[in-house]
Write a protein that binds this ligand. Structure first.
Ligand code: SF4
Length: 363
């Protein structure tokens, strides 16, 4: 049934779950949030990647990777050994010239919600937009000098105030050579000190669909790829996006291995009809190692086990991992997948076909 097959095409190692910011919408702002550095060293990371025969590594999950003191040497060393490294950063601090030279060689995801300075400061609790843009300009200058063909991907949270300034955000993105923007819905957190949601979430904004349609046109004009996550209310946009997807994007894993390809996805309905599942190959192709060494098969599901004795091969084959894979292929769809807005709903045979294609190509 395909529940024991696994061939990695992306390995995620969370270098740290600590962050230097406390953005208003982020779980790091929760009073009870506790981050930590991963105990994994460069030698460990290489060993894990060898076990899975995967040199495509994402070194972030929830934290800010650049707060770990050895991040730059680690990334420099891994890229020099032929690893494909991607990193998410808020770029909110001053980087040395050496750090800029390292960042320039990575596939870089930057968290940026607005290009309006005061709003940016408010959302990011004091962080300076100027610092982020200066860092991006320095990275671009280094890339140009050495003819390094890397681009940026932006992650942007949507809320009332950011939506009204999206055209400006897209224009700045285009000027800075950003090739993909991933928008996600603001999650309202009520009554929690330190995580106050002071803006209207997008689904409460009158005329939001029209506004986002104009944004989609602007993105396409600049040839910037995009996705909108967590907006199941916007069915019209969703229908538009499903038409533009082809089977090779199944589960987004193909997108991840070429993260800056121009692609379109909007968001997917949360409910599944009988006989349906999610078009997602992550449980057969991804390993995610959290900073506390919990191992998951995507960034959305809870860990299936803990990394024990640095044996990642065993972790991705454990009973719970097989349960996830089997679940996606049967009526017993795991809750995380059932409510996942990242992957489209399809008939079960479509996932099986996609999985068979992946298996055949992997063998
Ligand atoms: S939670 Fe979503 S991304 Fe993760 S395995 Fe399930 S469908 Fe795929």
């Amino acid at each position: 049934m395909g529940n024991s097959f696994f061939k990695a095409r992306l390995l995620t190692i969370e270098l740290t779950s600590l962050c230097n910011l406390k953005c208003t919408y982020c779980s790091v702002s929760h009073p009870d949030y506790r981050g930590q550095n991963s105990p994994l060293t460069e030698t460990d990371i290489i060993e894990l990647s060898e076990q899975l025969k995967c040199k495509n590594i994402q070194l972030h999950l929830h934290g800010e990777s650049t707060v770990r003191s050895d991040w730059a040497e680690l990334c420099r060393s891994l890229t020099s050994k032929g690893f494909e490294i991607s990193l998410l950063s808020n770029l909110s601090k001053h980087f040395t010239d050496f750090e800029i030279s390292v960042l320039a060689q990575l596939d870089l995801w930057v968290s940026i919600d607005t290009v309006e300075n005061d709003r940016f400061k408010e959302i990011r609790r004091g962080s300076e937009l100027g610092e982020v843009l200066t860092n991006m300009l320095r990275i671009n200058a280094y890339r140009r000098k050495l003819n390094i063909q890397r681009q940026y991907k932006w992650n942007s949270v949507l809320c009332q105030e950011t939506i009204s300034r999206l055209p400006q955000l897209i224009e700045v993105a285009s000027e800075l050579n950003v090739r993909f923007v991933s928008f996600c819905n603001l999650t309202e957190i009520k009554g929690l000190e330190g995580a106050t949601s002071i803006w209207k979430a997008p689904d409460q904004i009158p005329g939001v669909l029209e506004k986002l349609k104009n944004i989609v046109q602007l993105l396409e004009h600049y040839k910037i790829g995009y996705e909108f996550q967590g907006l199941p209310e916007l069915r019209e946009l969703q229908t538009l996006s499903i038409r533009s997807l082809d089977r090779n994007t199944a589960g987004g894993a193909a997108r991840r291995s070429h993260p800056f390809q121009v692609t379109q996805a909007i968001s997917y309905p949360q409910e599944l009809n009988p006989g349906q599942t999610r078009l997602c190959l992550d449980p057969w192709s991804r390993a995610v190692v959290h900073a506390d060494l919990g191992v998951a098969l995507c960034e959305r599901m809870p860990p299936v086990t803990k990394l024990s004795g640095r044996d990642l091969k065993q972790a991705v084959s454990c009973h719970e991992a097989e349960h996830y894979r089997l679940g996606l292929l049967s009526e017993s769809i795991p809750e995380a997948c059932r409510s996942c807005s990242k992957r489209p709903a399809v008939e079960r045979h479509q996932l099986l076909e996609s999985l068979n294609d992946y298996k055949n190509n992997a063998c």
